[in-house]
Write a protein that binds this ligand. Structure first.
Ligand code: ATP
Ligand code: MG
Length: 424
């Protein structure tokens, strides 16, 4: 089955908005067992939208468009596609009632222009949008005059705002696809997440061991981010349910302690889970990460059970007064040093009274490097009841990636310590 996406929006072409629909929709369709063949983004003009839809309909069994269903003058998708397909637009009483109710529930007057959103191309299915005013619209193009041989296609229009599109897709589009398309060929996949090893090393470690399975149809995909490699093992067909678990066992054995999660679990969630299970607590003393570790930990629901405090001690004075780093240590080794990282972690642990304390101090750059400590140098320390461990890392990246990678290394140091792996 051929699926194509058409994401519309001049803001996407200008680079004002990141096109998250293409990623999110592809991920959802893949999870359901489908594969997207092509995706294209176009500006909000009738000619561009109709042109992209015409091309996609000449090839695809299913075309999904996003955006441009609103009431403003740049919202042209419904109109352009109805015209392309020669379907007159009719006002739908139920949709109009929903729009009225939407404004009434918010005690807001209903602008006349929103009535446009109650227009439905003849024969289209209305996919309700409880979070907004414009419903999704699904049209069976049967026969499809744009396609060679005239086979039929479906075209589904979804609203642009992600908070409307996502529930609408899950609640209405997936059930519709299950009804109108044959079930996807049996598909199985698992994603394993590794840290502390680069993408090429991961590949080196597993690929040979998986060769017999790849010959039998296993597919391996890698996706790497700062401090993280996702390994996706997937297969289709009758053998899929066997191949993927076998591949997972082999991959776990080869990468062992470097694997911290499966699926889309983040390292911070793993750490919060491990600490919660053990009823243990955490303190943070951050310099170069500027609170990034605290930010990631507090993104996890339930973080309050484990995180006691996080200090961003950016200046030397703050390291001295808030963490009890000794002036001699600072003078002898400098703020970016293993000795200071250790004292930061130990000071935070003692003063905050946590089971574990993580500290990070480094040179994010672009200035401040030296031959002995070039830009990117970082020291990470972890204090616990078992003593203090420290790591030196080299992360010569832009400041944001530097923080992300350093926080990943710090969280992983903690994960390995909690699990008794002793050091990185
Ligand atoms: P509205 O009724 O809000 O006008 P719409 O269906 O007309 O909805 P758009 O006007 O295209 O949709 O976009 C609405 C909002 O959704 C904008 O904030 C836009 O930036 C965002 N948006 C649109 N397309 C995408 C996309 N592909 N990825 C992420 N955000 C998007
Ligand atoms: Mg709009």
């Amino acid at each position: 089955m051929v699926i194509e996406l058409v994401t519309t929006g001049t803001e996407l072409m200008l680079g004002n908005v990141l096109n998250t629909h293409q990623q999110w929709l592809c991920a959802q369709l893949t999870r359901a067992g489908w594969t997207v063949a092509r995706q294209v983004s176009v500006a909000d003009t009738a000619a561009e939208i109709a042109g992209a839809a015409r091309e996609a309909l000449s090839r695809a069994d299913l075309v999904i468009t996003t955006g441009g269903l609103g009431p403003t003058s740049d919202d042209l998708t419904r109109d352009s596609i109805a015209r392309l397909l020669g379907k007159p637009l009719r006002q739908d009483a139920r949709v109009l009632e929903h729009i009225r109710g939407f404004f009434a529930a918010r005690s807001r007057p209903m602008p006349e222009s929103t009535k446009l959103q109650a227009l439905v191309p003849e024969g289209a299915k209305v996919l309700p949008n409880p979070r907004g005013t414009a419903p999704g619209l699904a049209i069976e193009v049967k026969p499809n005059p744009l396609r060679r041989g005239g086979a039929s296609s479906w075209l589904i229009m979804l609203p642009g705002p992600p908070r409307e599109l996502r529930p609408l897709f899950t609640d209405s589009v997936l059930p519709l696809l299950a009804e109108v398309f044959p079930p996807p060929a049996h598909h199985s996949s698992v994603t394993l997440r590794a840290t502390g090893v680069g993408e090429s090393l991961v590949q080196e470690k597993i690929e040979r061991a998986l060769r017999a399975l790849t010959a039998a149809g296993l597919e391996i995909g890698y996706c790497s981010r700062p401090g993280q490699v996702d390994i996706r093992l997937s297969a289709r067909g009758p053998n899929a349910a066997n191949l993927v678990p076998q591949a997972e066992t082999i991959t776990r054995a080869r990468l062992d302690k470097d694997i911290y999660a499966s699926g889309d679990e983040e390292l911070e969630s793993v750490v919060v889970r491990l600490l919660t299970e053990r009823k243990q607590t955490l303190a943070l003393a951050e310099s170069c990460t500027g609170g990034c570790i605290a930010h990631r930990i507090t993104n996890v629901p339930g973080a309050s059970l484990v995180l006691l405090a996080g200090l961003v001690t950016y200046s030397n004075d703050a390291k001295l007064s808030l963490l009890g780093v000794r002036p001699e240590t600072l003078a002898a080794h400098g703020a970016v040093s293993e000795a200071v990282a250790r004292e930061m972690a130990e000071g935070a642990r003692a003063r905050i009274g946590a089971d574990y304390a993580l500290a990070a101090t480094g040179i994010a750059g672009p200035a401040g490097g030296s031959p002995a400590k070039p830009v990117g140098t970082v020291f990470i320390a972890l204090a616990s009841g078992r003593g203090t461990v420290a790591l030196r890392q080299m992360n010569p990246l832009d400041r944001e990636s530097f923080k992300q990678l350093t926080s990943q290394q710090a969280l992983d140091l903690l994960r390995r310590e909690i699990l008794g792996y002793h050091g990185p």
